[in-house]
Design a protein around this ligand. Structure first.
Ligand code: B4P
Length: 190
């Protein structure tokens, strides 16, 4: 299995680039943000809990996210591989992902980190907020999300550096040029 983690701060292009990667490498897609938003629009109990965190720019608790991923991985065990988009976001999630994949005799093949300066992130997310209707795409929540990324999510980089699968990519420029760099990183581990 080719298992790709696409990583980076909010607005770095994870969702955008995932679409290209899925198409080129024929991978299944797990986006924890999309899964949570589906729970919210379905008015489920999990959705109500998730919304209370997302609206404040906080991370949804690890046990909820890990449970959600566990169910999904089970159903994707026989695919070509998976792109994990927006997950893991904490060291506990990264450890859980390793364990869940290990149960299927699989592992993370590569972790692609999209590097984008903070000003650009804010600009992109404010622009998206004008059309997305997402409750977390407003200036106050965007700034909170970026600071949560710095304190809780960025340490995940060291986890993957130690595993030897870390690939940093400059996430500024055209979507196509960034995708070429990501493809090179993926091809180098195939
Ligand atoms: P996500 O849905 O993952 O949202 P995000 O980090 O803000 O990134 P997103 O994927 O949407 O944006 P992208 O980088 O593609 O998470 C939302 C919330 O859910 C989190 O804040 C958290 O509360 C919760 N959550 C999700 N996963 C969780 C987890 N594992 N643990 C705990 N909580 C979790 O880029 C966005 C914009 O940039 C787009 O508008 C795009 O058009 C633009 N863009 C992309 N590439 C560009 C480029 N090269 N140039 C210019 N613009 C570009």
């Amino acid at each position: 299995m080719l298992n790709v983690v696409i990583f980076g701060p909010p607005g770095s292009g994870k969702g955008t680039q995932s679409e290209n990667i899925i198409e080129k490498y024929n991978l299944a897609h797990i986006s924890t943000g999309d899964l949570l938003r589906a729970e919210i629009s379905g008015h489920t109990q999990l959705g109500t809990i998730a919304k209370s965190y997302i609206d404040k720019g906080d991370l949804v608790p690890d046990e909820i996210i890990i449970g959600m991923i566990d169910n999904k991985i089970e159903s994707l065990a026989h695919t070509n591989g998976v792109i994990f988009d927006g997950f893991p976001r904490t060291e506990a999630q990264a450890t859980a992902l390793d364990e869940l994949l290990h149960e299927h005799k699989a592992k993370v093949s590569v972790m692609v980190n999209l590097e984008v300066p903070k000003d650009e992130l804010v600009e992109r997310l404010l622009k998206r907020g004008e059309i997305s209707g997402r409750s977390d795409d407003n200036l106050e929540t965007i700034q909170k999300r970026i600071s949560v990324y710095e304190t809780q999510t960025k340490p995940v980089i060291d986890f993957y550096k130690k595993n030897g699968v870390y690939k940093p990519i400059k996430g500024v420029g055209s979507v196509q040029n960034i995708f070429v760099a990501i493809s090179e990183a993926i091809d180098s581990v195939k």
